[in-house]
Design a binder for this molecule. Structure first.
Ligand code: HEM
Length: 427
């Protein structure tokens, strides 16, 4: 592969040659995150990685969109990770192609549609108020553990899946181990989460059918092309036969894992921005009609899914480069979100921005199924924060840190505020 010209200054400034030796998991990418994204968008539309079996990286809006839409050349059926562990069970609808993927989306989309998601707004607001009640008298909080990591979990397990709140503490620990803990503990954390979801489905199977998200998962879909027979269990299948139980558990696991950490960065990023930009906070406090637009901009600015992988089928040209059958290609969404060809002055977080399409949620058949839930969580958080902690600021010395891989995680956001009284949020 021909090396891409990369001025020495770039390597010096950003710790490694991200054009020719990109690594999604590298400390250098994590540390110089936004600068590297901007360098890639402006100078290197196709970067290369030598990690594992190697992969290419698309960073511009138009290229990420095209590859996402062209699922026949850019398949998801070999997994969303660039170097997928061989023993990992596949998740659906993420790790398959149409028509099987389309069947799952048809089955599930309605249950995460704007209309259905809106019906949970009051419950999500109660959860948010409950969490604030827990720390408001202290005048300070760990905003990640106390709110941004907790709210998505409560909304998902309690409101959407109808699970009891007492199940949450051990479950959230398992999820933390599965998604952001040390690599050696991830398989155990994942197994615990999948075991819990399997038991939830088995419990619900004994009850009369219900028209909700769990009901749709239980009903399942018929098998069809688009599944990779080499991945995971249950693959001696007949086209048109009902999908195996493992696929139902995998669909619920996909929804669960897709929605928790991703929403945490969004909520925490939003709180961090408002704590450090009092002028934006004042405008949002006075003008609730600005909230929807601002939330959309927070989603763009804190695009929490960093990259999803595709496998090339056949030969295809994109961004002036020809890819060969079997090549792995990474779609770098936060870079697409910072492409000046699409978004004017993209490095600025502008709460008045009009966003015709939000690249943070992806494009094409796999475009985020949970986007309306993510927006609702952010909208409720914005309203409740402005209402109940109107003067919140960063605690002295607080500097959040980040961890970057397929998703981006935030740690250490401490807030201080004038102590207030619990309102006795009723759950
Ligand atoms: C700010 C929050 C979120 C961001 C930035 C985000 C981003 C994305 C992106 C970029 C994709 C496309 C993946 C691809 O093309 O391969 C995606 C897919 C997906 N997201 Fe989200 N997401 C968020 C929240 C959620 C939530 C709350 C849920 C849970 C309900 C969720 C569940 C999923 C699932 C299941 C998929 C796979 C869809 C498919 O393959 O058809 N996401 N998300």
């Amino acid at each position: 592969m021909t090396a891409i010209e990369n001025p020495d200054t770039s390597t010096e400034k950003f710790g490694r040659d991200h054009f020719n030796d990109f690594d999604l998991d590298s400390p250098e990418f994590n540390e110089h995150y936004t600068e590297v994204l901007d360098e890639l968008v402006s100078k290197c539309p196709v970067a290369h990685s030598n990690v594992g079996r190697g992969y290419h990286v698309l960073s511009r809006y138009a290229d990420v969109r095209r590859a996402s839409q062209d699922w026949e050349h850019f398949s998801s059926a070999e997994g969303y990770q660039p170097n997928r562990p061989k023993d990992m069970a596949p998740i659906y609808p993420d790790e398959c192609d149409p028509p099987y993927q389309t069947r799952w989306r048809r089955a599930l989309d309605y249950h995460l549609s704007p209309r259905v998601v809106r019906s949970y707004e009051a419950a999500v607001t109660q959860h948010a108020n409950f969490l604030i009640d827990e720390f408001i008298a202290d005048g300070e909080c760990d905003f990640i553990a106390g709110f941004a990591a907790a709210l998505p979990g409560r909304a998902w397990f309690n409101s959407f899946l109808g699970r009891p709140l007492e199940d949450l503490p051990p479950l959230m620990t398992a999820i933390e181990h599965a998604l952001v803990g040390p690599i050696e503990g991830r398989a155990d954390g994942w197994a615990e989460l999948v075991g819990y979801l399997d038991a939830h489905l088995k419990e619900r199977e004994k009850e009369p059918p219900r028209n909700d998200l769990t009901g749709a998962v239980l009903k399942g879909v018929d098998l069809d092309d688009g599944v990779n027979p080499e991945l995971g269990p249950g693959f001696e299948f007949e086209l048109g036969a009902p999908c195996p139980w493992e696929h139902k558990v995998a669909a619920l696991a996909n929804l669960t894992a897709g929605g928790l950490g991703t929403a945490t960065l969004l909520l925490a990023g939003m709180a961090h921005h408002l704590a450090t930009h009092p002028e934006d906070r004042a405008r949002l406090a006075e003008n609730e009609e600005l909230h929807d637009k601002a939330v959309e901009e927070f989603v763009r600015a804190y695009a929490s899914v960093v990259a999803m992988s595709r496998t090339v089928r056949g030969e295809v040209e994109i961004a002036g480069q020809t890819f060969q059958d079997g090549d792995r290609v990474l779609l770098l969404y936060p870079a697409a979100c910072r492409d000046p060809e699409m978004y004017e002055n993209p490095t600025k977080l502008d709460i008045d921005r009009n966003l015709p399409v939000n690249a943070a949620f992806g494009f094409g058949p796999h475009r985020c199924i949970g986007s309306h839930l993510a927006r609702l969580l952010a909208k409720v958080t914005l309203r409740v924060l402005l209402d109940r902690l109107p003067d919140f600021a960063l605690a002295p010395g607080c500097e959040p840190t980040y961890q970057t891989s397929v998703t981006r995680e935030i740690q250490g956001l401490r807030l201080i505020f004038e102590p207030g009284s619990p309102i006795g949020a009723d759950l």
